[in-house]
Design a protein. Structure first.
Length: 117
């Protein structure tokens, strides 16, 4: 099983970044996919989630209207488009695959997003 994030980096406040997560080794289309983040000195926070079919998504209040999660089950990828970034969005972002009802749970290694002028 592999879950690998990419696309992090340094961006100015108000800017945009697109994170991508590539998965392999499991039946991707059966899994809910989620993006979490962890800022220095804080706990891990759920940012966005998308259902296995992509038909339903939800977001943390802090990112609603700015972030969009999407998935491509043909390519086994899930993306997080982040717009209007703020310094408080600075964190390590993690991709997570979760099989609802079975408890299977896979994590990527994380990608750093830094929002600073």
């Amino acid at each position: 099983v592999q879950v690998a994030e990419s696309g992090g980096g340094l961006v100015q406040p108000g800017g945009s970044l697109r994170l991508s997560c590539a998965a392999s080794g499991f039946t991707f289309s059966s899994y809910m996919m989620r993006w979490y983040r962890q800022a220095p000195g804080k706990g891990r926070e759920l940012v966005a989630a998308i259902s296995s079919t992509g038909g339903h998504s939800n977001y943390a209040d802090s990112v609603k209207g700015r972030f969009t999660i999407s998935r491509d089950n043909a390519k086994n990828t899930v993306d997080l488009q982040m717009n209007s970034l703020r310094p408080e969005d600075t964190a390590v972002y993690y991709c997570n695959a979760y099989l609802v009802g079975y408890g299977y749970d896979y994590w990527g290694q994380g990608t750093q997003v830094t929002v600073s002028s």
